[in-house]
Design a protein around this ligand. Sequence first.
Ligand code: ZN
Length: 416
Amino acid sequence: MKKMVLLVLLLLCITGCEKKDEKIEGIIEKNTNTVISIHYPKTRIRKLDKAITKYIQEQHKQFKKDYENNRSISELNIDYEYHKNGNYYQIVLITFISSNDLINPIYKIKTFVFDADKNTFLTLLDIANEKDLSIGKIKQELIEDYKNCISIPQLEETFSNLNTLQFTFDENSIVLYFNPDEIMKNNYQIIEHEIVFSKFKVHFEQQEKNQTVQYQKKERDLDVHKPTIALTFDDGPSKYTKEIIEILNEYDANATFFILGNKVEFYRETLERSLSYGNELGNHSYNHKYLSKLSVEELKKQIELTNQIVQNTLHYEIKYLRPTYGSVNQKLKKNSNLEIVLWNVDTKDWKIKNGKKIAEKALNDIKDGKVILMHDIYKTTLEALKIMLPELKKQGYQIVTVSELKEIQKLRNAEK
Ligand code: ZN
């Protein structure tokens, strides 16, 4: 059992710079009986993207079919790990389903190993053949390592089609992944098993060194007596964030972006620029799991991993937490050392998806001192901002970060 490891969230193994063509797709839904958060990379390689999208759609559809009519809230979370080494793209998708009807959550893993030069998916057999690796020996190793819990018939069944085995590889080893029911009975965790090679040699790119960046904090000229709102964005960054920060900057507006840790590496340049414009970053978990429903350990991991990534990547220290799905309980309050920030105007941009209508609703609800909730993952939110910002400026509003609003409120209270 010693080599059996529960799959943990791994830091993304990619180079520090923002990739121009590779971005993260995100789906976040809150329905009556289900909450859904899905993140996966877009590589711009058609064949690979098509396979990933197809898999995601299948999982999404199946979940809705199985859980939409349940009485209690069920959660679907699909997250990714992304590794690109030279011409090899390796994507691991981890599905997590939790529901009151389930004794244990469901975990599922799917790997995509793609050779971009040959425009083809690689199977374990491809690697095994190239490296003189004996499948028989791998099976033997698994039987020895997991001797108390492995099911030989299940192992044989799983190995009967080598094309469907889940794996990733690097210069030193192959990692095999088994879904909970694949090689063991009564097991609900994913099994990750590493086979180390000494002779295994593939050329891998050297990782680029991260550059450190200095943020020049923009001078802000704020007036305590002017009507003021804090604009906040959840669930990003995304491909729309870049344009959103530009338009905010154009109108001398700043906002607090509650970001997901699993996207930071991919949007590093956007986030750096955002900070240099005077925007603020907050924590919105690592991959949008339902924080208030997690175990203390899982909960802390979601928050701390995101803080760490932001600290390491952007040299920025996060102060605020916005809980996923706006759900707060005692457990969450007790186990986060970040200040929790909610909102009091929900623009419902996640639901309305029409720029004009979002703007109308927002402008109608906005009042001095309010915290506005929006999401920088929709094109329609960007369109709404193009209507809202000039109008708010015309009405004399200052648009600020959460920290700035708090500061203004403090000064206003002192005056009383
Ligand atoms: Zn969210």
